[in-house]
Ligand binder design. Structure first.
Ligand code: PLP
Length: 359
């Protein structure tokens, strides 16, 4: 298998792929693949419900929360969220921490009134804004933040207390990387294709009351209440992707749940950041150390030529996905849950060798 550092779609656990392979053609003696089954049948519905309950279970089953399985990616949530919650007379706060937060804000502006509650734009998003003391207006519909900026490589360690204003997070690139208190949030959402499974399904976990009152004028498919009332089975769900999410959730349970996963992620991130910091400036981390992400490690070399050469030579050695996002350049290693420590050790060894040859 390749050393897969893709930002998304990203590596899946090998055990999960192998289990899915074993039941790919004949799911539990039914003579059908899970993807060939009716989404109205008992066999599929059991998988669907199991995935939702496993997810809530990882967060300790707080009461009053519901899981939705939607389509259209996190990008559709950028619009669907304000369409449903940013109603007349309200304003929505956005923490502008990087590329994805900015895209979310752009969509909300198309729908209603917004304000920037905190921003690190001045620092070119190489650190996170301080969100410890935010003042939110009384008519705030919600405060939106991006828990992990996939492109810049920053990650919030703590989340603001927003009182009665619902806190809503785009967790596309770090959901399930660590435990967190779901009850701090009104809603979290994530495209599945990094830590949850394959692309094709978007997970929304929200307090039930936020899913009940979609404005009357909204078309059926864009209403949270449609999906909430129909257990995400109003129309045909991305059934195979949801089945894979369920398998990934089983795997997370086997890793010691979120506590176990967090330890592994911390250990993996430390290994890579230490290699960068110990290189005497040959490799330079892009982000202020206190804002560093455990999921997307961004770093640079002295010149773009050298970075190009790094990518080229790494590809020859079986490494995939180390080129930084086209909008910021540099290098990026995405080390999501499914990337084994052995892949990171291999990368660190390669980095050492590259420095010897070109330093
Ligand atoms: N938000 C974050 C933090 C992301 O990393 C991404 C994708 O990389 C998105 C949103 C967009 O997700 P999607 O491609 O599922 O629309």
């Amino acid at each position: 298998r390749a050393y897969n550092f893709n930002a998304g779609p990203a590596a899946l656990p090998l055990e999960v792929l192998e289990r899915a392979q074993a039941e790919f053609v004949d799911f539990h003696g039914t003579g059908m693949s899970i993807m060939e089954m009716s989404h109205r049948g008992a066999v599929y519905e059991a998988v669907h419900n199991e995935a939702a309950s496993r997810l809530l279970n990882l967060f300790g089953n707080p009461s009053g929360y519901q899981v939705l399985f939607l389509q259209g990616g996190a990008s559709t949530q950028f619009a669907m969220l304000p369409m449903n919650l940013l109603t007349e007379g309200k304003t929505a706060g956005y923490v502008k921490s990087g590329s994805w937060a900015t895209k979310a804000l752009k969509e909300a502006k198309l729908i209603g009134e917004t304000f920037v509650a905190a921003s690190s734009e001045e620092d070119k998003y190489m650190s996170l804004p301080d969100v410890s003391n935010l003042r939110l207006p009384e008519n705030a519909a919600y405060l939106h933040l991006t828990s992990n900026e996939t492109i810049e490589g920053t990650q919030f360690r703590e989340f603001p207390d927003t009182g009665s204003v619902p806190l809503i997070a785009d967790m596309s690139s770090d959901i399930l990387c660590r435990p967190f208190d779901l009850t701090q949030f009104g809603m979290v959402y994530a495209g599945a294709q990094k830590n949850l499974g394959p692309s094709g399904v978007t997970v929304v976990i929200a307090r039930e009351e936020l899913l009940r009152e979609s404005p009357k004028h909204l078309p059926t498919m864009f209403r949270y209440d449609t999906h909430a009332e129909n257990n995400s089975l109003y129309n045909t769900p991305p059934s195979f992707s949801i089945y894979m999410v369920n398998e990934v959730l089983k795997w997370i349970e086997e890793q010691g749940a979120l506590e176990g996963i967090e330890k592994k992620n911390q250990d993996k991130a430390n290994l890579l950041y230490q290699a960068i910091d110990a290189s005497g400036g040959f490799y330079r981390g892009c982000v202020h150390p206190e804002s560093r992400s455990t999921m997307n490690v961004t770093f640079r070399l002295a010149s773009e030529e050298l970075e190009k050469l790094f990518v080229k030579e790494s590809e020859k050695e079986g490494f995939v996905g180390l080129k930084g996002h086209r909008s910021v350049g540099g290098l990026r290693a995405s080390i999501y849950n499914a990337v084994p420590k052995s892949s990171i050790q291999a990368l660190v060894d390669f980095m050492g060798q590259f420095q010897k040859n070109h330093g």
